[in-house]
Design a protein. Sequence first.
Length: 222
Amino acid sequence: MILYTVKNGVYYNLEDFRQDLSDLGENGFPNKIYINMTNRCSCACTFCLRSLKEFNEHNSLWLREEPTVDEVKAEFEKYDWSHVAEIIFCGFGEPTMRLDDMVEVGAWLKSVRPEIPIRVNTNGLSDLVFEKPTAQCLQGIVDTVSISLNSSDAQKYVDVTRNQFGLKSYQAMIDYAKDCQKYVPNVVMTVVDIIGEEEVAACRKVCDDNGLFLRVRPYEAN
Protein backbone atom coordinates (compact mmCIF):
# COMPACT_ATOMS: atom_id res chain seq x y z
CA MET A 1 0.00 0.00 0.00
CA ILE A 2 1.16 3.53 -0.80
CA LEU A 3 -0.97 5.50 1.67
CA TYR A 4 -1.78 4.22 5.12
CA THR A 5 -2.52 5.22 8.69
CA VAL A 6 -1.58 3.69 12.04
CA LYS A 7 -3.50 2.88 15.21
CA ASN A 8 -2.01 1.07 18.22
CA GLY A 9 0.89 -0.18 16.13
CA VAL A 10 -1.38 -1.64 13.41
CA TYR A 11 -1.18 -0.34 9.84
CA TYR A 12 -4.38 0.34 7.87
CA ASN A 13 -4.72 0.84 4.13
CA LEU A 14 -6.26 4.24 3.40
CA GLU A 15 -8.47 2.55 0.83
CA ASP A 16 -10.57 1.21 3.72
CA PHE A 17 -11.70 4.68 4.80
CA ARG A 18 -14.27 7.13 3.48
CA GLN A 19 -13.33 9.50 0.71
CA ASP A 20 -13.43 12.45 3.11
CA LEU A 21 -11.47 10.49 5.76
CA SER A 22 -13.90 11.66 8.42
CA ASP A 23 -13.96 8.16 9.91
CA LEU A 24 -10.32 8.57 11.00
CA GLY A 25 -11.31 10.77 13.91
CA GLU A 26 -14.56 8.91 14.53
CA ASN A 27 -12.70 5.66 15.11
CA GLY A 28 -9.84 6.95 17.21
CA PHE A 29 -7.17 7.21 14.50
CA PRO A 30 -4.63 10.05 14.86
CA ASN A 31 -5.65 11.75 11.58
CA LYS A 32 -2.22 11.18 10.04
CA ILE A 33 -1.43 9.86 6.57
CA TYR A 34 1.79 7.96 5.91
CA ILE A 35 3.39 7.71 2.46
CA ASN A 36 5.19 4.49 1.55
CA MET A 37 7.31 5.00 -1.59
CA THR A 38 10.14 2.46 -1.47
CA ASN A 39 11.40 -0.81 0.00
CA ARG A 40 15.02 0.29 -0.32
CA CYS A 41 17.12 1.22 2.72
CA SER A 42 20.79 1.84 3.45
CA CYS A 43 20.39 0.05 6.79
CA ALA A 44 19.44 -3.46 7.86
CA CYS A 45 18.50 -2.73 11.47
CA THR A 46 18.31 -5.62 13.91
CA PHE A 47 14.89 -4.42 15.12
CA CYS A 48 13.41 -3.54 11.72
CA LEU A 49 9.75 -4.44 11.23
CA ARG A 50 10.52 -5.58 7.70
CA SER A 51 11.57 -8.94 9.14
CA LEU A 52 9.57 -8.97 12.38
CA LYS A 53 6.06 -7.84 11.50
CA GLU A 54 3.53 -9.89 9.56
CA PHE A 55 0.96 -8.33 7.22
CA ASN A 56 -1.87 -9.53 5.05
CA GLU A 57 -1.48 -8.59 1.40
CA HIS A 58 -4.02 -5.75 1.54
CA ASN A 59 -2.21 -4.00 4.40
CA SER A 60 1.35 -4.88 3.45
CA LEU A 61 3.98 -2.14 3.36
CA TRP A 62 6.12 -4.25 1.06
CA LEU A 63 5.77 -2.72 -2.40
CA ARG A 64 5.75 -4.97 -5.46
CA GLU A 65 7.15 -1.98 -7.34
CA GLU A 66 7.89 1.62 -6.45
CA PRO A 67 5.04 4.01 -7.30
CA THR A 68 5.81 6.90 -9.60
CA VAL A 69 5.36 10.48 -8.42
CA ASP A 70 2.18 10.70 -10.51
CA GLU A 71 0.85 7.50 -8.92
CA VAL A 72 1.42 8.88 -5.44
CA LYS A 73 -0.38 12.09 -6.40
CA ALA A 74 -3.24 10.08 -7.87
CA GLU A 75 -3.63 8.19 -4.59
CA PHE A 76 -3.89 11.46 -2.68
CA GLU A 77 -6.40 12.86 -5.16
CA LYS A 78 -8.83 10.10 -4.19
CA TYR A 79 -9.37 11.75 -0.80
CA ASP A 80 -10.49 14.95 0.87
CA TRP A 81 -7.74 15.95 3.31
CA SER A 82 -9.86 18.23 5.50
CA HIS A 83 -9.55 15.86 8.45
CA VAL A 84 -5.80 15.24 8.06
CA ALA A 85 -3.49 16.62 10.78
CA GLU A 86 -0.11 15.54 9.36
CA ILE A 87 1.42 13.80 6.35
CA ILE A 88 4.48 11.62 6.96
CA PHE A 89 6.99 10.08 4.55
CA CYS A 90 7.64 6.70 6.14
CA GLY A 91 7.33 3.04 5.16
CA PHE A 92 9.25 -0.20 5.00
CA GLY A 93 12.09 1.53 3.19
CA GLU A 94 14.03 4.72 3.82
CA PRO A 95 12.09 7.59 2.15
CA THR A 96 15.20 9.60 1.30
CA MET A 97 16.41 6.79 -0.95
CA ARG A 98 14.02 8.48 -3.39
CA LEU A 99 15.05 11.96 -2.34
CA ASP A 100 14.15 13.85 -5.52
CA ASP A 101 10.78 12.10 -5.83
CA MET A 102 10.03 12.64 -2.14
CA VAL A 103 10.79 16.34 -2.49
CA GLU A 104 8.62 16.57 -5.63
CA VAL A 105 5.67 14.93 -3.89
CA GLY A 106 6.19 17.08 -0.80
CA ALA A 107 6.32 20.29 -2.82
CA TRP A 108 3.09 19.31 -4.58
CA LEU A 109 1.39 18.57 -1.26
CA LYS A 110 2.47 21.96 0.09
CA SER A 111 1.18 23.71 -3.02
CA VAL A 112 -2.25 22.09 -2.62
CA ARG A 113 -2.66 22.18 1.17
CA PRO A 114 0.09 24.34 2.69
CA GLU A 115 -1.50 24.26 6.14
CA ILE A 116 -0.94 20.50 6.62
CA PRO A 117 2.45 19.78 8.25
CA ILE A 118 4.78 17.34 6.50
CA ARG A 119 7.19 15.08 8.36
CA VAL A 120 9.98 12.81 7.15
CA ASN A 121 10.99 9.80 9.25
CA THR A 122 14.56 9.02 8.22
CA ASN A 123 17.77 7.25 9.20
CA GLY A 124 19.63 10.48 8.45
CA LEU A 125 22.14 8.92 6.07
CA SER A 126 21.10 10.58 2.82
CA ASP A 127 24.26 12.70 2.67
CA LEU A 128 26.27 9.47 2.49
CA VAL A 129 23.90 7.87 0.00
CA PHE A 130 24.11 10.80 -2.42
CA GLU A 131 27.63 11.92 -1.49
CA LYS A 132 26.56 15.53 -0.99
CA PRO A 133 24.66 17.69 1.55
CA THR A 134 20.93 17.01 1.22
CA ALA A 135 19.21 18.86 4.08
CA GLN A 136 18.67 22.10 2.17
CA CYS A 137 16.37 20.43 -0.36
CA LEU A 138 13.79 20.01 2.42
CA GLN A 139 13.52 23.76 3.00
CA GLY A 140 10.00 25.16 2.61
CA ILE A 141 8.56 21.67 2.16
CA VAL A 142 9.21 19.62 5.29
CA ASP A 143 8.08 20.86 8.71
CA THR A 144 9.59 18.09 10.83
CA VAL A 145 12.49 15.72 10.33
CA SER A 146 12.54 12.73 12.69
CA ILE A 147 15.90 10.95 12.70
CA SER A 148 16.59 7.55 14.25
CA LEU A 149 19.57 8.04 16.57
CA ASN A 150 19.40 4.41 17.72
CA SER A 151 22.58 4.36 19.83
CA SER A 152 24.96 6.49 21.89
CA ASP A 153 28.19 5.82 19.96
CA ALA A 154 29.43 4.85 16.52
CA GLN A 155 30.16 1.18 17.17
CA LYS A 156 26.81 0.50 18.82
CA TYR A 157 25.12 2.36 15.98
CA VAL A 158 26.77 0.20 13.32
CA ASP A 159 26.03 -2.96 15.31
CA VAL A 160 22.33 -2.05 15.48
CA THR A 161 21.76 -0.51 12.04
CA ARG A 162 24.18 -2.72 10.07
CA ASN A 163 24.32 0.11 7.54
CA GLN A 164 26.51 0.05 4.46
CA PHE A 165 28.78 2.95 5.44
CA GLY A 166 30.48 1.73 8.60
CA LEU A 167 31.65 3.79 11.57
CA LYS A 168 31.62 7.12 9.74
CA SER A 169 27.83 6.85 9.46
CA TYR A 170 27.20 7.88 13.08
CA GLN A 171 28.83 11.29 12.86
CA ALA A 172 27.38 11.79 9.38
CA MET A 173 23.89 11.19 10.78
CA ILE A 174 24.45 13.70 13.59
CA ASP A 175 25.91 16.25 11.16
CA TYR A 176 22.86 15.77 8.93
CA ALA A 177 20.55 16.45 11.90
CA LYS A 178 22.42 19.65 12.75
CA ASP A 179 22.33 20.72 9.10
CA CYS A 180 18.57 20.10 8.99
CA GLN A 181 18.14 22.62 11.79
CA LYS A 182 19.13 25.35 9.33
CA TYR A 183 16.31 24.52 6.94
CA VAL A 184 13.55 22.65 8.79
CA PRO A 185 11.50 24.10 11.72
CA ASN A 186 11.52 20.92 13.83
CA VAL A 187 14.32 18.35 14.03
CA VAL A 188 13.82 15.40 16.38
CA MET A 189 16.17 12.55 17.23
CA THR A 190 14.51 9.31 18.35
CA VAL A 191 15.39 6.13 20.19
CA VAL A 192 13.20 3.19 21.18
CA ASP A 193 12.61 2.48 24.86
CA ILE A 194 13.83 -1.13 24.71
CA ILE A 195 17.47 0.01 24.63
CA GLY A 196 17.30 0.55 28.41
CA GLU A 197 17.48 3.55 30.73
CA GLU A 198 21.28 3.75 30.77
CA GLU A 199 21.55 3.84 26.98
CA VAL A 200 18.65 6.30 26.72
CA ALA A 201 20.51 8.59 29.13
CA ALA A 202 23.69 8.28 27.05
CA CYS A 203 21.73 9.11 23.87
CA ARG A 204 20.20 12.12 25.61
CA LYS A 205 23.70 13.38 26.43
CA VAL A 206 24.74 12.98 22.78
CA CYS A 207 21.76 15.11 21.77
CA ASP A 208 22.39 17.70 24.48
CA ASP A 209 26.03 17.99 23.45
CA ASN A 210 24.99 18.59 19.83
CA GLY A 211 22.04 20.90 20.49
CA LEU A 212 19.49 18.32 19.38
CA PHE A 213 16.15 17.26 20.86
CA LEU A 214 15.58 13.60 21.79
CA ARG A 215 12.27 11.75 21.84
CA VAL A 216 12.02 8.27 23.36
CA ARG A 217 9.37 6.23 21.56
CA PRO A 218 7.79 2.88 22.41
CA TYR A 219 8.99 -0.11 20.42
CA GLU A 220 6.34 -1.92 18.37
CA ALA A 221 7.17 -5.34 16.96
CA ASN A 222 3.90 -7.07 16.03
